[in-house]
Design a protein around this ligand. Structure first.
Ligand SMILES: Nc1ncnc2c1ncn2[C@@H]1O[C@H](COP(=O)(O)OP(=O)(O)O)[C@@H](O)[C@H]1O
Ligand SMILES: [Mg+2]
Length: 241
């Protein structure tokens, strides 16, 4: 199987007259984790929503394995193999765990083996299939949101601050799942605000500010020179330790 090639180019997105993305873009291959870092309001969520087509960029290109998906209706984007874990999880709270996962499976008519794979990443969900998702803990909701995105059988997976507000044990589960996903060849875009949340799993780090990518580094460059982080995001000394 060939390696997934994903490329976002020249996204300009507006809310009314205010421009939230400015010539935004990145490239990503299957089996890679690119972390998008930036302060609150930098445009990270808008970038992901612009890819998903739920927010419409005024211009851009969205290439997945040589095909331009730009401008397709929002419901088509997951069908083409782009999984998305929105900020704040966005589950159907009244639906059960099983029903939330079924929605993911239906998106691309994925088979049961895709569901089994997702559940094996998060075994805790297997015990809660009939529970309403609104009653899950924050960590379980995050895992369900990620499992639902996995049920699309994605080539590309984009996650918007999936560890926000979670306890360390839940953060570790999410991280382990991402490592397995990467090993299976999925291209992963991980949005976070804190660099210490991504250093252990990132292959590359891109810094976003005022709607554009300001700089991008390989993870070894960042590890060798943590002062880079200070230049691009407000990082506390604690995060450096
Ligand atoms: N629905 C919206 N309507 C108007 N402005 C928005 C909307 N969503 C986000 N913005 C603005 O766009 C900018 C980028 O926001 P966002 O993409 O949420 O950033 P981040 O995810 O990096 O915190 C901010 O200035 C924000 O206020
Ligand atoms: Mg955001």
């Amino acid at each position: 199987m060939s390696v997934t090639q994903f490329k976002v180019e020249g996204f300009n997105t507006f809310y009314g007259r205010s421009q939230a993305l400015r010539d935004f873009g990145f490239e990503l291959k299957g089996g890679e984790v690119l972390c998008l870092l930036g302060r609150n309001g930098a445009g990270k969520t808008t970038a992901l929503q612009s890819v998903m087509g739920t927010v419409k960029p005024a211009s851009g290109q969205l290439m997945l394995n040589g095909e331009n998906l730009f401008g397709l209706p929002a419901k088509e984007i997951p069908r083409r193999g782009i999984g998305y874990v929105p900020q704040g999880r966005r589950l159907f709270a009244e639906l059960t765990v099983a029903e939330n996962l079924e929605i993911g499976l239906q998106t691309r008519k994925a088979g049961r083996e895709v569901l089994d794979y997702a559940l094996d990443l998060f075994p805790v969900l297997k015990e809660r299939m009939d529970q309403r998702s609104g009653t899950l803990s924050g960590g379980e909701q995050s895992m369900l949101s990620m499992a639902r995105a996995m049920c699309v059988d994605p080539l590309v997976m984009m996650l918007d601050e999936p560890t926000e507000g979670l306890m360390p044990s839940a953060i570790a589960s999410i991280r382990e799942a991402l490592v397995k996903l990467r090993a299976s060849g999925v291209a992963i875009l991980l949005v976070e605000q804190r660099v210490d949340a991504v250093l252990p799993i990132a292959d590359r780090v891109a810094f976003m500010d005022h709607g554009r990518i300001k700089a991008e580094f390989g993870i070894d460059e960042v590890r060798n020179d943590l002062s880079l982080l200070h230049q691009y995001v407000g990082v506390s000394d604690k995060a450096k330790a």
